[in-house]
Design a protein around this ligand. Structure first.
Ligand code: 13P
Ligand code: SF4
Length: 301
């Protein structure tokens, strides 16, 4: 039974020995986020940083699609995901065959795939997006209507800001779909001075009640630039914990929902991944080339 501190020390030593880096999503627990991660951020930043990594091994402290994206951008490097079951309800909501059927139904509409998808779905798409660049990506396309999948709520939230007609899929994030407009009204009643920030995977009626909607990185930047005295982040629980540590003067109200997939990643299995090389992410090269094109098109915007 190693303590947190022993696991952190062991991981730091393994990173040196193996020339490895840990890329961690903002929803990772504080001991990972502050203790062993080399790069932390939202999905867009993790994808961008993955293109610049100068290490032999990347440990992705996040969910499987993030590790696949890192592998797509670094085919020659070893990419490890500490728990293969770290999935995502959005990625699980759609298959490559579903995308082909959507294309057949709306042949004039380009397909924008959220990065929260499998490599096979990215391969069937024209371009990827994240919550941090979705509007920009949609607006960059030379088409009147655009298929945006698989997150129905993200698509609806973007449709409100876009000049395009958006055709959505019915996928939902199991964490963000739980927030309701009533939750926001209740929060405002309990904390009249609270600033409400919502992730765009929340239902549109929740976003409509919020003061601001944006990716996890955009929420962090809002807090750090506007410095509201009291804030609530309608997103995964670790997000507030991680930013609160850096912003002691801001009061974080913390109703939140846990992502069980993100929480599968622990100090113990990060250490185990570096000790045993498990689990190495591999991607069928024929699919990889087409999926990489969609991710690279996004990164070029
Ligand atoms: P961002 O960090 O890109 O906003 O994504 C949130 C998310 O749910 C990732 O799983
Ligand atoms: Fe997927 Fe939602 Fe968990 Fe993010 S928070 S990994 S979108 S289930």
């Amino acid at each position: 039974w190693a303590t947190f501190a022993e696991d952190v020390d062991a991981i730091l030593e393994l990173k040196r020995r193996r020339n490895a880096v840990v890329l961690a999503h903002n929803y990772q627990t504080p001991e990972i986020f502050h203790g062993v991660a080399d790069i932390v951020g939202d999905s867009l930043l993790l994808a961008r940083e993955a293109t610049k990594v100068d290490a032999d091994v990347i440990v992705l402290a996040g969910v499987h699609f993030m590790a696949e994206t890192a592998k797509l951008l670094n085919p020659a490097k070893t990419v490890l995901i500490p728990d293969l079951k770290a999935g995502c309800s959005l990625a699980d909501s759609i298959t490559a065959e579903d995308v082909r059927l959507m294309r057949a139904r709306y042949p004039d509409a380009p397909v924008v795939a959220y990065v929260n998808t499998s490599t096979a779905v990215k391969a069937e798409s024209d371009i990827c997006c994240t919550s941090g660049n979705a509007l920009k990506v949609v607006e960059s396309l030379d088409a009147e209507r655009v298929i945006m999948l698989p997150d129905e709520y993200l698509a609806q939230n973007i449709a409100k800001q876009s000049s395009k007609k958006i055709i959505a899929w019915k996928g939902h994030c199991e964490v963000h779909e739980l927030f309701t407009a009533d939750d926001v009204r209740q929060l405002r009643e309990n904390y009249p001075d609270v600033t409400v920030l919502a992730h765009p995977e929340c239902p549109p009626e929740v976003v409509a009640e919020a003061d601001f909607a944006g990716s996890t990185a955009a929420m962090q930047s809002f807090v750090e630039t506007k410095r509201p005295p009291r804030v609530v982040l309608l997103t995964e629980c670790s997000m507030s914990d991680n930013i609160a540590a850096r912003n002691p003067d801001v009061d974080f109200v913390r109703p939140c929902n846990l992502c069980p997939h993100m929480k599968r990643i622990t100090l113990k299995n990060i250490r185990h991944a570096l000790e045993t090389n498990q689990h190495e992410v591999t991607i069928n090269p024929a699919i990889a080339a087409r999926a990489r094109r969609s991710v690279e098109r996004m990164l070029a915007i």
